[in-house]
Design a protein around this ligand. Structure first.
Ligand code: ZN
Length: 271
């Protein structure tokens, strides 16, 4: 059951729902002119439009630079891994070469000893040792050759990576130079606009600040749209005649129900 209070609340909600299409930051009975705030927001929009243009000029350079840096880090890591692998393989190879030298020396010694063998059994044992040694040398040599191939492949791959790295470094330098140039060209201008914006923004009624910023995020530098001949000039959607009159009266904020921009009557801006 609705109490009198609940009824009133419900009616208020219906009223809110009715005007929600055009949005409302203030209550329907608050008929104070908000012309000053609208004009402040309009000025704010002009500054945001300049800032947006500067941002567009800088464009995606910072992102491009970051991407190239990431790629360069990845390349450096890969090259490092290649170097490590090459180092390990060469160490293994050196170990095998040394080992073969030792086996050869031993085999030579056995070769001399076999003639002074005191029995056939001793002779056979010596010959068998020499054969085992020679087999091991052969096995090691296969691995030594295999390592030569592997190292060759890795060095080729490393060369390609280094070429990529050099190319990417040059590209990065170019982009960084471009960004530096753009920054030095616009930084003073941008800082001035930001300072102007901060001043103007702080003068704006708090209840409009959030809403302005929200719309400015969506329509960068175009949070407001002029109403001309009953049309929103932001999206060219038509606005009902009664609403057009209400917008002209400037007693509350109306958002275009199509694009969401804050609507401002042309006469307010051209005066
Ligand atoms: Zn619109």
């Amino acid at each position: 059951m609705l109490t009198e209070e609940n009824k009133e609340e419900a009616e208020e909600k219906t009223e809110e729902a009715r005007i929600v299409h055009y949005g409302s930051e203030i209550k329907k009975d608050d008929l104070v002119s908000i012309k000053d705030d609208l004009l402040k927001m309009y000025e704010l929009m002009k500054i945001d439009s300049e800032l947006s243009e500067i941002d567009e000029t800088i464009g995606d350079l910072p992102e491009l630079i970051e991407n190239k840096k990431t790629k360069l880090d990845e390349l450096a890591q890969k090259i490092k891994e290649h170097d490590q692998e090459i180092g390990e393989l060469l160490a293994e190879q050196k170990h095998l070469i040394d080992k073969n030298e030792k086996i050869k020396a031993k085999a030579n010694k056995y070769d001399e000893q076999k003639y002074s063998a005191r029995s056939n059994k001793e002779y056979d044992t010596i010959v068998k040792s020499i054969d085992t040694g020679l087999e091991l040398i052969e096995k090691n040599e296969i691995r030594i050759d295999e390592i030569d191939d592997l190292v060759g492949e890795l060095q080729n791959s490393k060369r390609l990576l280094s070429e990529n790295q050099l190319e990417l470094s040059k590209e990065l330098q170019e982009k960084e130079k471009m960004l530096d140039e753009v920054n030095s060209e616009y930084s003073e201008e941008k800082n001035n606009f930001i300072a102007q914006r901060n001043t103007l923004f702080s003068q704006l009624d708090k209840k409009f600040q959030t809403s302005y910023d929200k719309i400015n995020k969506r329509h960068k530098g175009e949070a407001l749209a002029i109403v001309r001949n009953g049309n929103c000039m932001g999206c060219f959607n038509s606005i009902p005649p009664q609403t057009t009159l209400e917008i002209k009266a400037s007693t509350k904020i109306y958002n275009c129900h199509s694009c969401g921009r804050i609507l401002i009557d042309e006469s307010l801006v051209s005066n």
